[in-house]
Design a protein around this ligand. Structure first.
Ligand code: FES
Ligand SMILES: [Fe+2]
Length: 452
């Protein structure tokens, strides 16, 4: 396995020894084009959730980078992810967001594809083609690998990419916080409402680095904290839980995944009061007690925002959602946000969460609006000829990371930054760009695995 230490991006445009990153990587159109090839055709990308396609013939149109793909459950129950482009002349085969179908018929000249991707219908096959077209060669283009992990569906175009669970590595235990039921079991989750989709005028890496763990931007959310949109009617999320916890940043340098976490104090959980409804409060209190009983010491760990490389953001604790930052050109990003609830939760709980989720996140959410305002203006103010000569600073907390971190006997994997004293660090942001630079420089997965 080859070991690399320096390249055009590693240590040059992304100079993590100095803690500086060139603005070019956000605004340069050639770099953007390279990124589509180097990052988005090789990394594992989030496609959707099993609860969106429960029955044979169900489909959900998703995206991988800039390209439209169809997530589909075949008549035999097997899941597939296909490029949403007709093999005849490229027409978008499926123009709906989701639905159920026995066959995808191309609107242009009428080729039709079965739910397993096979080309099954060609108009004038006998008269125009003299039955000579080899239909077995013209099925829909399918991803190289697809995996379902605890209900979440992932795919990559690269046959050489490692299996998804290996791609996750030890980050798995943190991702699980987003995918397990509120009581810590594998009881199913479901997507509530539709997937929210909207455009923002900035490069996709602005939101990706923010959700990697920008622990420094609380000033942006001051008004939301003051209004008290959280479950207990205080703060943004749950003020008491945060105040009593140890806040850590955790990152995985050889993977590019990173997250913030809260380690709650031992003993009985302090559940949010959910003051508007005792039924909702009881549900979460009982769930949290069960989670702590099942998970033991690990039950003290709860999640805050994180990022699976490259463009999937996690928000495991309330509001529980997954966002994907789809690149739409150098200067534009399309955000897709999925919201999750326990499938078996009573209506009152789902409705409470639905309302909380939309007042927190999404295009109308108060917290997400604060963030977007920053990303949009940061991007546009970085595009100019003079502006792009000056790098950004990512120096906060350099050299303060710890490995083999332990807290009252609880072992935390990965590289850890304790925010108790430091309050904030840019470790997780540096970690994201470290892996991004490696993807940009490495010609294949063999070398990607060798970067250290
Ligand atoms: S483009 Fe689809 S049938 Fe021609
Ligand atoms: Fe924010």
């Amino acid at each position: 396995m080859a070991t690399k230490t320096k390249g055009r991006f590693v240590d040059e445009l992304v100079d993590l020894k100095a803690g500086q990153i060139s603005r070019e990587i956000f605004v340069n159109e050639e770099i953007y084009a390279e990124e589509q090839e180097q990052v988005f055709t090789r990394a594992w990308l989030f496609i959707g959730h099993e609860s969106q396609v429960p029955k044979p013939g169900d489909y959900f149109v998703s995206c991988m980078g800039e390209e439209s793909v169809i997530l589909c459950r075949g008549r035999d129950g097997a899941l597939h992810v296909f490029l949403n482009s007709c093999r005849h002349r490229g027409m978008k085969v499926c123009r709906y967001d989701e639905g159920n179908t026995p066959v995808f018929t191309c609107p242009y000249h009428g080729w039709s594809y079965a739910t397993d991707g096979k080309l099954v219908g060609v108009p004038f096959f006998k008269d125009a083609y003299h039955e000579k077209l080899d239909k077995s060669k013209w099925g829909l283009v399918e991803v190289a690998q697809m995996e379902v992990y605890k209900g979440s569906i992932w795919a990559t175009w690269d046959p050489a990419a490692p299996p998804f669970t290996e791609y996750l590595g030890d980050f798995k235990m943190f991702f699980d916080l987003s995918l397990e039921a509120w009581n810590g079991t594998d009881e199913p989750l479901e997507v509530i409402g539709g997937v929210q989709k909207w455009l923002i005028p900035c490069n996709w890496k602005f939101p990706a680095e923010n959700f990697s763990g920008d622990s420094y931007h609380n000033i942006s959310h001051r008004s939301v904290d003051m209004v008290g949109i959280g479950p207990s009617g205080t703060g943004r999320r749950d003020t008491q839980e945060r105040a009593d916890s140890r806040r850590l940043q955790v990152s995985f340098p050889d993977r590019g995944h990173q997250t913030g976490i809260y380690v709650l104090p031992g003993g009985s959980p302090t559940a949010a009061s959910y003051q508007q409804s005792p039924e909702v409060a009881d549900y979460f209190r009982e769930a949290e007690e069960k989670r702590r009983a099942i998970k033991g010491e690990w039950g003290r760990v709860t999640g805050s925002p994180g990022e699976i490389f490259p463009n999937t953001a996690l928000h495991p604790r309330q509001p529980r959602s997954i966002a994907v930052w789809h690149p739409r050109g150098t200067h534009q990003t399309e955000v897709w946000r999925w919201y999750f609830v326990d499938a078996g939760a009573p209506y009152a709980v789902k409705d409470f969460l639905r309302q909380y989720y939309i007042r927190y996140s999404g295009p109308g959410g108060l917290t997400e609006q604060d963030d977007m305002e920053n990303w949009n203006y940061a991007h546009s103010a970085s595009r100019g000829t003079i502006a792009r000569r000056h790098p950004y600073s990512y120096e906060q907390g350099m050299g303060s990371e710890q490995t083999n971190f332990e807290l009252d006997g609880l072992k935390i994997p990965g590289t850890v930054m304790d925010l108790t004293e430091a309050k904030s660090s840019e470790q997780n942001l540096r970690n994201f760009y470290k892996r991004w630079a490696e993807f940009m420089d490495a010609p294949n997965w063999n070398e990607l695995a060798g970067w250290r």
